[in-house]
Design a protein around this ligand. Structure first.
Ligand code: WQD
Length: 339
């Protein structure tokens, strides 16, 4: 498939991997980013991966005039929208900032798209829009809810898009609900690059492996799971990126809008991940059992069937590859924030 695509948040973790996947699939891709949570050298690294110049629009989704200028610069056939705040814990501390960036930013983007006659939108959503449940794997029809302001903004984002499309049939959207993204690009040139102490499991383990953090806190080992530690549906970021390509392909060929899980349907525990990472880095990793983290659920993984039926998407990479590519990324000295 071909077309010109604007990638908001395209310098970020999932955005940069999606840039590489879209470029490889034959799309012309441009990045819009304010670089508030992305390294400035990501476009250069993407140029090394794709072998082609990277067009970057330094712009904030809270800047309607800036967005209008970007859409005036080129005719885009579609937009993949990643630009948002995404830390669950932080969202509880600054909820209004999360609602403004994630919801007002989305409205600004969609108004700029509409003014430019661009009506194909792929939206980065999250499995956190599902209400806590004991029924796994979780299908798209499961009850929705939110346990954090971050999740609220993702749920509101979905409703904003669905209401807009119900009122104007020109819109076509792909809402993609991610489970737990992990891993890095095989080139080791892009990957997850948290600037502070990570909340998520894999980037935290990665910093233990590089020695930046002394040990992993295992948040509870008394859950009703096979080894007592939390179980999640980790999906390789390269598989996740390919899911975006397939979603956009569907919109470009005129398929109906879709809402799908992007997960593997396979649950792995904290200890599964830790042991896989020890195999990847070739050394034991210090860890200690800590109290459960507030709000955590025992087990959480998605039903991937609908993405396969509608988009032909199926995750191909497993936990070993997620850990190996993550280790290759973090252990490359030039990739450290100080590097
Ligand atoms: C995974 C498991 C923890 C850190 C988050 C957010 C959101 C979403 C997916 C985008 C749990 C355990 C973790 C640590 C640990 N992303 N853990 N020690 O909470 O499932 O979901 O990621 O929408 O960001 O909802 O992911 O990686 O924080 O935790 O034991 O230092 O690892 O208890 O069982 P989570 P996580």
């Amino acid at each position: 498939m071909t077309g010109r695509i604007l990638l908001t948040g395209g310098a970020g973790y999932i955005g940069s991997h999606t840039y590489a996947a879209l470029s490889e699939a034959g799309y012309e891709v441009e990045i819009l980013d304010n670089f508030s949570n992305a390294r400035l050298d990501v476009p250069d690294r993407l140029e090394m991966i794709t072998g082609r110049p990277v067009t970057v629009h330094r712009c904030d989704v809270l800047d309607p005039e800036g967005l209008a200028r970007v859409f005036a610069s080129n005719r885009f056939d579609g937009v993949v929208h990643f630009a948002a705040k995404k830390a669950v814990g932080e969202s509880q501390k600054i909820p209004l900032d999360y609602i403004e960036t994630n919801c007002t930013g989305l409205v600004n983007l969609m108004k700029a798209m509409r003014a430019a006659g661009c009506f194909r939108l792929v939206f980065s959503s999250s499995a956190t829009v599902y209400a806590p449940t004991l029924d796994w794997p979780i299908p798209e029809e499961a009850a929705l809810g939110y346990a954090s302001t971050y999740a609220l903004t993702k749920l509101m984002g979905e409703q904003i898009i669905r209401a807009t499309a119900e009122g104007d049939p020109r819109w076509r959207f792909g809402i993609l609900r991610y489970f737990n993204p992990a891993g890095a690009h095989p080139s080791a040139l892009i990957g997850e690059d948290p600037s502070d102490i990570p909340n998520n499991l894999m980037p935290y383990i990665a910093k233990v492996a590089t020695g930046e953090l002394p040990y992993l806190n295992v948040f509870g080992d008394d859950y009703p799971t096979p080894d007592g530690t939390g179980v999640r549906d980790y999906i390789h970021v390269v598989d996740l990126a390919r899911g975006h390509v397939l979603s956009l392909d569907a919109l470009m060929r005129g398929d109906e809008s879709h809402i799908v899980n992007l997960g593997t349907g396979q649950g792995y525990s904290v200890m599964d991940m830790l042991k896989a990472y020890e195999r990847a880095c070739g050394k034991p990793l210090p860890h200690r059992v800590a109290p459960r983290r507030e709000g955590d659920l025992a087990c959480y993984y998605g039903d991937p069937a609908k993405a396969k039926t509608l988009l032909g998407f199926q995750a191909e990479r497993g936990l070993e590859d997620m850990c190996q590519t993550s280790w290759a990324w973090v252990s490359r000295a030039s990739n450290s924030r100080q590097g």
